[in-house]
Structure formats: C-alpha cells, structure tokens
Design a protein around this ligand. Sequence first.
Ligand code: MN
Length: 246
Amino acid sequence: MIPRSRLLSLALVLLAACACGRVSAPLVGISCSQSGTRSDALSRNYSEAILRAGGTPVIIPTLTTEAEAERVLARLDGIVFSGGEDVNPGWYGEEPLNETVEVNASRDRSDSLLARAALRSGKPVLAICRGEQLMNVILGGSLWQDIPTQLPDAHVHRGVSHRIGMTGEGFLTRIYGPDSLEVNSRHHQAVKDPAPGIRVTARSDDGLVEAWETPQVWAVQFHPEAMLQDDARWLALFEAYLDRLR
Ligand code: MN
C-alpha cells in the first residue's frame, strides 16, 4: 500500500504538471518607438504594467520584413501596440495637414507589419494611443490629423485629463462598470471614421472616440499604463487583458 504522504506528493507533482500546460504568465510583446536612427526606445510604464498584472513582457524591436513579424508573432500570446508618433496620413488617403503631423517612417513600417501579422494570428491585441489610431487605420478607418485645427470646439486633449462616457457595453464597462471615467489625454489626433467592424465603446463629452473594440482588439485613446503609476485601479485593465491570453 502506498503511504498517504507519497500519494499527497504524487498529487502535488501532477497538479504542477497541469499548471505548466497552461499559460500562467502570458508572453506579451510590446511595440517600440525609436531614439535616434539606430536605437529602439519604449517607456518603462508598458513593461511594468504587464509585469504587475502577472504577464511576461518582451519589447519588440523595429522590424523590416513580413517574415520577421510572423516569426515574432508566432512566439507571443498577445501584443500591445504602444503610443508615439502620428500614423502616416497617406495610409488613409490624405496629405499631412500641417507641421504638427509627425511621421516616423521606420516605425510606421514596423508597426504595420506587426499589426497585419497580429490580425492574421487572431491573438488578442491591446492598442494604446498611437496603437489605437494605428489599428483603426490598418482596419480601414481614418483619423483627425490635428484636433485643435480640425475640431476647434473640442476639449484640449494634449496634456489635460478629461472624462469619458460609455457608449456601449464593452471591455471598459465589464471591468469598471457603466459610469464615466476620468482619463489622461496626450493626443493631438483621434479616430475620425471608425473602421468597418469596430464598435466604439467610449467617447469624451466633446464626442471624440476614446475606446473601441473588435472581438480581437481592445483599443484606448488614453494611457492606462501611465495612470497605473498613481492609481492601482488601472491594473484591472491589464489583468483583464492577460486573462484573455490564458
Ligand atoms: Mn482624450
């Protein structure tokens, strides 16, 4: 007869083996920006948010080919598209409106390769600020290129926090409930025409899109990873995203 203590340790070994089969700390790639011509750069806020939520972050370097993007995506459980420069207006059929539009060609190329690979993979995407605008454009939408010029009656969205109201049931209402939320705002562009298939789930009270989603993509115009520095409530957003990867 097997002693009880042996049975117990056997059960523990089996449990551990089962746990290993699941993704307990999902591998999350984060798109980066650049610092100078030969260096990649990313605010530490993104990696910290994924770490605090229990994930395993990896910063994705600037890529130049579709094969590279496919290779990276194949290893990831999910991908975060980070904030940064403006998306090339040519992608939605416009010329740059004025000198406030700042485009980074190598980042645009890398991000578009990654975005297309991510969409093909079906893996859950969290898109933040530029990432939110990028995914809208890749899916066929367009952007306001410069809010103060094109929408003079809109709030200041560059540097001043504001409230957002929920316009439909979505990931934000599931996490935070139906009430409005105070969010930071560091953008001079915003979604103009939402891409086909996108569901807009939050707007600022001047009507700008502040969150949208598809079954695959969660997108926010604000920066939850920055708010998390001072407000632990925003951890729930990253935890809910990681739950989708397990
Ligand atoms: Mn805003």
